[in-house]
Write a protein that binds this ligand. Structure first.
Ligand code: COA
Length: 166
């Protein structure tokens, strides 16, 4: 599938159940719940992106994010999901960059996300993004396997991209 046949939109609540279905098919992402996706596609729609096929309107990509409640200069990217059929064509990066063009992100100077050590695709995506934005990339521990997850989940490393010049 060519990315030129895909349109990027602000999601609507009616997308929530399809987001759940997409994320579920994108390991190692946590599937969360339909209710969580409904909140993302309603309350947080301004900082989420839905990628749909032009012809069928099938949801093939989704980015969930929010501006940190105590820091309007930082956009936190929660999850990025691209269906297998649409991978390898720059869609994930395009969706994140699309968010930076939104009115809701005019004050954003930094992008934060968390990544487990083994998620090579995610490291590549966000390192590639920092290169494209010609800015710095820093990593540190955000949520520790023992301290925060009681040993139930791998450590989540914070990746910080910025400052972003526009
Ligand atoms: C990770 C994921 C979102 C990438 O989607 P995509 O549209 O194929 O990514 P892009 O084409 O925009 O690629 C962005 C960069 O990551 C690199 N990349 C993408 N997938 C990769 C992989 N599996 N292994 C290594 N590098 C990868 C690309 O080469 C590109 O690098 P560049 O910027 O240097 O050119 C997709 O594979 C996915 O949904 N995976 C499952 C869920 C997941 O792990 N999400 C992680 C983010 S929370």
């Amino acid at each position: 599938m060519s990315v030129s046949n895909i349109v990027l939109k602000k999601p609507v609540p009616e997308d929530g159940a399809n987001v759940y279905g997409l994320v579920k098919k994108c390991p190692p992402l946590d599937a969360n719940s339909v209710y969580c996706n409904l909140l993302q596609t309603s309350h947080f729609a301004d900082t989420c992106v839905a990628a749909k096929r032009n012809d069928t309107q099938e949801l093939v990509g989704f980015v969930s994010g929010y501006v940190l409640p105590n820091d309007p200069s930082t956009l936190f990217i929660w999850q990025v999901a691209v269906s297998e059929s649409a991978r390898g064509e720059g869609l994930a990066k395009k969706m994140v960059v699309n968010l930076l063009t939104r009115q809701s992100c005019v004050e954003v100077k930094f992008i934060h996300t968390t990544i487990t050590k083994s998620n090579q695709a995610s490291w590549a995506l966000f390192r590639g993004l920092s290169k494209q934005l010609e800015t710095d990339f820093k990593e540190s521990i955000q949520f520790d396997q023992e301290l925060h997850f009681n040993g139930q989940h791998d450590t989540e490393f914070l990746a910080e991209i910025g400052p972003i010049r526009r």
